[in-house]
Design a protein around this ligand. Sequence first.
Ligand code: NAP
Length: 253
Amino acid sequence: MDVRDKTILVTGAGRGIGRSLALHFARKGANLALMDTNREGVDETRAQCAEAGVTARSYVANAADEDRVIGALDEVTADFGRLDGLVNNAGIVRDALLVKVKDGQVVGKMTLADWQAVIDVNLTGVFLCAREAAERMIRLASRGVIVNISSISRAGNIGQTNYTAAKAGVAAMTVVWAKELARYGIRVGAVAPGFIRTPMVESMKPEALARMTAPIPLGRLGEPEEIAHAVGFIFENELFSGRCLEVDGGLRM
Ligand code: NAP
């Protein structure tokens, strides 16, 4: 897809990878619909996209709230008159061991609240946004592209039962939707980032960050722009569908 003058919706666009995605597409001439729960963040992203000379609008909505997602998608198609792309990027972490043991005693467990919060945003949110976007792309005969942000943690990462389950689900849904939506000319792909320098990662303690970086073969965190570049590749390459691109400096879980 040549993204010039197309309309692309990015969720979680208020900072981190989502902001880089928005700016990547803005610089290529796409108009941006930016969804986030953080009004200040998403308005800043909108302003930065506008500087690139494209139309950008903010939509403050929780990607896990069905009514808000339907409402926001209706607003996007009313505002832009089209929808050509969706990047399902909004995500959260609530890490904990399944069962935490200290000195032979069980001292903690992953709470149901932490399990559910991550499943709601990272799995149900992706489902809701993709469903509503696909419905509108089909109605508008858009032949669009949907890219879901998974994670290399989908293979199974210690402390991330909830996140791993959600991100494995995201990769699996990508395959289903690529098969179901191909007949409408819609391609669906996924990107699984390794560890990327964003507020989500930078909020970690320095020792934890150093422990995390040490096993990366390229010896560094990824940059958000490198993930945006990979998502841009999926948009541009008309043969790409149903696969998950790993962008991780060679790190394997
Ligand atoms: P981030 O810096 O924490 O930014 C996430 C953005 O999404 C924030 O603006 C956040 O708003 C927003 N958001 C959170 N929940 C939302 C919801 N329910 N509805 C709408 N917006 C919501 O995260 P990131 O590191 O850029 O990660 C982006 C994506 O990449 C996520 O799916 C993450 O799992 C994935 N990923 C990241 C890494 C990494 O190393 N950073 C690695 C693999 C995969 P608030 O400020 O209101 O929370």
